[in-house]
Design a protein around this ligand. Sequence first.
Ligand SMILES: Nc1nc2c(ncn2[C@@H]2O[C@H](COP(=O)(O)OP(=O)(O)OP(=O)(O)O)[C@@H](O)[C@H]2O)c(=O)[nH]1
Length: 225
Amino acid sequence: MGRHRGQTDITTNGDARQNAVRQCSVMEAYDLSCKVMLIGDSGVGKTCLLVRFKDGTFLSGSFISTVGIDFRNKVVDLEGTKIKLQIWDTAGQERFRSITRAYYRDANALLLLYDVTNKNSFDNIRAWLGEIQEYAQDDVVIMLLGNKCDCHERVIRKEDGDRLSKEYGVAFMETSAKTGMNVDLAFMAVARDLKMKRRRRPNEPRFDVAAYVEQEKTEQGCCSS
Ligand SMILES: Nc1nc2c(ncn2[C@@H]2O[C@H](COP(=O)(O)OP(=O)(O)OP(=O)(O)O)[C@@H](O)[C@H]2O)c(=O)[nH]1
């Protein structure tokens, strides 16, 4: 397996808040690369999840929506294999849907977020899954994430997310970009899936990302919001 040189991590749109997201990283070598997209309604926490994973920090303060689409790279080490995750952060607002849809078909994994304090964002998950069926590759990895699980104002129970994910046969966990709960796991599970796919021999069983997440995830109650 050859090792590639990473491209510099330059983002694509001019939104002021994303100066926090916009930095050039030193070129890093990697063995495998994959595209991960963050999707879901506006305000569910996609940018914050990305920043938490990439920088280990939480973007608090006033909320400024993503314009269009943006990306950052992160190279992770999985038992000696360097995997470059190219993570696309999409705008949740309806007016950008035609732009973001165009990127679905190149994605290896889709992290689909709702906000546990926002019922609408949960109710819209079925529509998002419909879009995925229509525009994404058949073997795309889908992970449903109930974000902001640190908040006391929760209106969606964990069982609701669980039930929906089972109905659609996708991986599920609750996350918090604020505390970092399960954030690394979401991205590392995607990296592991990619590695297993590339390494799998014809007669070997497929890696079950949903079962892996179920086993590894942290189930935590509320903390302060
Ligand atoms: N308490 C809490 N707040 C969060 C969390 N994640 C995001 N937020 C807040 O939710 C708001 C929206 O977060 P963003 O990451 O900008 O949301 P987005 O999904 O990228 O929104 P769009 O760019 O419009 O699609 C911000 O005020 C964040 O500080 C979380 O895990 N916990």
